[in-house]
Design a protein around this ligand. Structure first.
Ligand SMILES: [Zn+2]
Length: 101
């Protein structure tokens, strides 16, 4: 499987992608990922299964897309879109080539 990129462009903003080794918790709940619009940084918790890790990254990217386009999406909508998009892209490599070339 491919390595996680070091950065991702979201609406023209270059976000660093970090994988901290120290687990993060909010209100006692493990945090799989987070995004800081101020620092232009996405944190993805390490030790996730590869496919889940990709969905987590897409989830945080969806938050960034919503933020920078002024779109209001619920956590459930973001979750559904993130899983759907990762699956769509994974299942259709020819589509990815077509869309990006
Ligand atoms: Zn979220």
């Amino acid at each position: 499987m491919a390595e996680m990129p070091a950065t991702v462009m979201i609406c023209g903003y270059p976000y660093r992608i970090e994988t901290p080794t120290v687990d993060s918790f909010v209100n006692g709940k493990f945090v799989d990922g987070s995004i800081s619009y101020h620092d232009l940084e996405i944190q993805i918790a390490s030790k996730q299964q590869p496919l889940f890790e990709r969905a987590t990254l897409m989830h945080e990217i969806m938050h960034g897309l919503a933020k920078h386009t002024g779109t209001t999406l619920s956590e459930k909508q973001i979750e559904a879109l993130a899983y759907s998009l990762v699956t769509l892209l994974r299942d259709n490599p020819d589509l990815v080539v077509y869309l990006t070339n």
